[in-house]
Write a protein that binds this ligand. Sequence first.
Ligand SMILES: Nc1nc2c(ncn2[C@@H]2O[C@H](COP(=O)(O)OP(=O)(O)OP(=O)(O)O)[C@@H](O)[C@H]2O)c(=O)[nH]1
Ligand SMILES: [Mg+2]
Length: 368
Amino acid sequence: MAQAFAGSNPAPRINLMLILILHGIAILEKMRSGFIMRFIVMIMINVNSSKRKIVIIGLHNVGKTSIGRMFISLSPNEALDTEPSINVEKYIKETILGVSNIFVTPGQKRFLSALEHKLHEIIVNSDIIIYVIDAADKKRMEKMIRYFQKVLELISSLYGTQSYAPKLLLLAHKQDIPGALGRKEIKRLFIDPYLSRYSFLSEAKVYETTIYDPRVFIEILSKEIFKHSILNFDHYIVKLHRITRAQVTCLSDTEGLLLSSVGNEEIAFDIAVLSAKIFDILIREKTISSSLTPLVIGDLTFINILSNNLNKKTLIVFFNVSRKKHALSLALVNYKLLFYNTLQKVIETTRCIKTIYQNRYKGETNAS
Ligand SMILES: Nc1nc2c(ncn2[C@@H]2O[C@H](COP(=O)(O)OP(=O)(O)OP(=O)(O)O)[C@@H](O)[C@H]2O)c(=O)[nH]1
Ligand SMILES: [Mg+2]
């Protein structure tokens, strides 16, 4: 493996409670102005899939490495900082729910024939194969289709019609470039002609992606990689939502994955990503903007953001549920209950969530 990236947060546990009150639009607006507010986050818990193997395949320069990096960093700037790959790269996405090992293959012509022999090994036992298409590169579309056919043949030779064949996702990538082909067109070119030969293709899905809109990557992580929940926090999130009369209530992990939400989903995704970014700042930089006023309550970290411009206020609470390095984040947007009553309800809810999590992961958790 040429490169290995660990999960994006070194993220030590939150031991102390800080309540940080952020007045005005400063941080929220700064963040909104960047890309981070555009992430869509959606995840459900799959405790049966704590380790997932994802393989990203495609021709040279289609954006595979950028996509691998995007899954980890959620940051377009970091994701786009790539060189043509010379080997299979491995990226590790660690969430509170488990680990995804993401293998990215090199696409340059000089590696493709060598890779053909290794591809068996790489895709065997994979849970998801992601085939990346540069949807804006019409000149190479034929080549991309031909390489896709090879991938189909390989999957077919490895798995036949077995139901445990890996899930196949096609990314119609570089959607930011004008004229990029959309989902329908990619399906017409890459899937429809081969459906009769490869029955597993009927399960394949096409996502439109661009590095400049990170939400789709989180959507993929959520809907395709960690889906199906047997740990369900919805009851507590719905209850908190009702009591606080918030516009949006959501629970996510500090990697940005949305575990449960009520209210406008777009806002929930944005807030989940915002939470991940704030957590990252808390952990990595330690020093935060002087406009933050720290407050301390118990063993929770609170951040209250008042956004004058948008006339929205957001309360975000970080809390540990285990010894693992990731924490959870509970957020309320435009809650109507008084601030201190809201805090009390939030604290009660975090206790319930901790209990559910700890009951499921006995032994791994910090029985605090
Ligand atoms: N406009 C645009 N450019 C992108 C996007 N994603 C990646 N790129 C650019 O496309 C080029 C190739 O990206 P890589 O991720 O290195 O491509 P790759 O598929 O890994 O290429 P190989 O390693 O050679 O197989 C780089 O210049 C990226 O900055 C995107 O969503 N939009
Ligand atoms: Mg690459």
